[in-house]
Design a protein around this ligand. Structure first.
Ligand SMILES: *Cc1c(COP(=O)(O)O)cnc(C)c1O
Length: 404
C-alpha cells in the first residue's frame, strides 16, 4: 500500500521496480534510488522546450554518483564541475574535455593544473585565479581555454539561493571584467566567453526569462572587450523544482519560448559564433530520486506519534530543513506498508535516528499508519542529498545509492 502527501502523486516505483521490491534488491536501508527513465524524460522535455541550438550542461555537484553522471553524460551536451574530484568523475564518462567546464571559487593550483592538463574549460572567478591559471598553463606549455565568470550588476528575485548580484564570492564583478580581460590580452590563453549564474531553485518562468535577457544585455556590453569572437556563453540555469505543497512547477514552455525569441533577436545576430549553454543541476535529477528509510520504532509521547526511521538528516539534510531553508517545511513523504487492507491515516512526526531535535523529516505529516518494518520514502531526493549532508555526524554507516 502506498500513499502520498503534498497534494501531488508520488512515485511508489523507481523505474518499473516497486519500492518494496527495490528495498529487498538493495538489501539494506536506508538508501537512495535514482530513476534513469525519469531523468531521460526530463532531458526530453528540456530538449523540446528549449531552442535546438542551446546546449544543456549538467552541474555535477547536484548529484555526483558516477553511474548517474555517466548516464547523464550521454543525454546532455556538457558537464559542469566544481572540484577536482568532480572533474575526474566527468572525464571518466568519456565526455570530451572541451565539453567539461570547471566553476567555483577557490580552485587550488593543483586543480587548475589538472584542468589545464586535461583541456577542461576553466571559469575564472578572480584576478588571482586568472594569474594562477596562466602560470599553470605556461608551466605545462598549454594554451588553456577559459571563460570569465561574471558577477552580474543585477539581482534575480525569487531564487532559493542567490549567487549573483551585489557583493559575492562568485565570479568577477561585471564592472571590473574589462580590466581583467586587458590583463589577459598579452597572455597565452583563449578567452572563449562568459559564464553568468545568478541563482538557484527559481520556480518563476517570468523571472528566469528576465534574468536571461539581462544576462545577454550584460555579455553584449562585455563582448567588445573580448580579444576574439565569443565562442562560449553560459547563461546559467537556476530552474527550480517543487519541493513543498504550495510550490507550482516551473512553466518550462514559457522559459523556452522567451529564450527562443532572445536567441532570435539578440544572440544569433550579435554573437553568431557563441555556443549558448544552460547549466542545470536539480532540475535534471532532483525529482528522479527517492530516499528510502525503514521504521525502527513507533512511539507515543504525550499524545504525539513518532515514527523513528533508520535514516535522517545525516543523509538527507535538505529534507530536515537545515540546508539553507529559512522556514522549515516538509518534503513530500510517503509510506510503503507491508500490510494491505484498510488505510488508516494518522498525523505523525517522522524523525531520524540521530540524537538531535534537528533530525526531523516530517512535522505533523498525515500518513497511512506505518508499523515497525514499513518503509518511509522521502521524495525529491535526487539532488543535494547524500553528498550535501553531514554523513559523519553520529558516525552511522553511509547509505547505498542505486540507479534503476
Ligand atoms: C550549484 C550550481 C549549479 C546547479 O544549481 P541547481 O540549482 O542545482 O540547478 C549550476 N551552476 C553553478 C555555477 C552552480 O554553482
Amino acid at each position: 500500500m502506498t500513499s502520498e502527501t503534498g497534494g501531488r502523486a508520488r512515485r511508489d516505483h523507481v523505474g518499473d521496480v516497486p519500492v518494496r521490491m527495490l528495498a529487498e534488491r538493495v538489501g539494506s536501508t536506508p538508501f537512495f534510488a535514482y530513476d534513469r527513465a525519469a531523468i531521460d524524460a526530463r532531458v526530453a522535455s528540456l530538449r523540446s522546450a528549449l531552442p535546438g541550438d542551446v546546449h544543456l550542461s549538467y552541474a555535477v555537484k547536484a548529484n555526483p554518483m558516477p553511474a548517474l553522471v555517466q548516464h547523464l553524460a550521454r543525454a546532455v551536451d556538457a558537464l559542469d564541475v566544481a572540484s577536482g574530484a568532480e572533474m575526474r568523475v566527468a572525464l571518466d564518462t568519456g565526455t570530451a574535455p572541451g565539453a567539461v567546464s570547471f566553476a567555483g571559487p577557490g580552485k587550488s593550483v593543483a586543480e587548475l593544473s589538472q584542468a589545464v592538463a586535461a583541456g577542461v574549460l576553466v571559469e575564472i572567478e578572480s584576478p588571482l585565479e586568472a594569474d594562477r591559471l596562466v602560470e599553470a598553463a605556461d608551466r605545462l606549455g598549454v594554451r588553456p581555454r577559459v571563460a570569465v565568470r561574471v558577477n552580474p550588476d543585477f539581482e534575480v528575485k525569487g531564487s532559493g539561493m542567490r549567487m549573483g548580484g551585489g557583493a559575492q564570492q562568485f565570479g568577477v564583478d561585471a564592472e571590473t571584467v574589462p580590466m581583467l580581460l586587458k590583463t589577459l590580452h598579452d597572455r597565452d590563453v583563449e578567452v572563449a566567453g562568459f559564464h553568468v549564474f545568478s541563482g538557484s531553485q527559481n520556480l518563476h518562468a517570468e523571472i528566469l526569462a528576465e534574468a536571461q535577457e539581462r544576462t545577454v544585455d550584460l555579455v553584449l556590453r562585455l563582448s567588445d572587450d573580448l580579444p576574439a569572437a565569443m565562442t562560449y556563453l553560459n547563461i546559467g540555469g537556476g530552474f527550480g523544482i517543487p519541493y513543498y505543497t504550495q510550490d507550482q512547477p516551473l512553466d518550462l514552455d514559457m522559459v523556452g519560448s522567451r529564450l527562443e525569441s532572445l536567441m532570435a533577436t539578440r544572440v544569433r545576430p550579435s554573437l553568431p559564433s557563441a555556443q549558448v549553454v544552460i547549466e542545470l543541476g536539480r532540475y535534471l535529477v532532483g525529482e528522479a530520486g527517492v530516499y528510502v528509510t525503514r521504521v525502527v520504532d513507533r512511539k507515543i509521547s504525550r499524545g504525539k506519534t513518532f515514527l523513528v526511521v533508520d535514516g535522517g538528516m545525516h543523509h538527507q539534510l535538505a529534507a530536515s530543513g537545515n540546508f539553507g531553508q529559512v522556514i522549515r517545511r516538509n518534503y513530500p513523504i510517503s509510506v510503503v506498508a507491508a500490510g494491505a487492507g484498510e488505510e488508516v491515516t494518522e498525523t505523525v512526526q517522522v524523525v531520524g535516528c540521530l540524537c538531535t531535535p534537528l533530525d526531523l523529516l516530517g512535522d505533523k505529516v498525515s500518513l497511512p499508519r506505518a508499523e515497525v518494518g514499513d518503509l518511509v520514502v522521502v521524495h525529491q531526493a535526487g539532488a543535494y542529498g547524500l553528498t550535501a549532508s553531514p554523513t559523519a555526524f553520529l558516525s552511522h554507516p553511509v547509505p547505498l545509492e542505486v540507479l534503476v
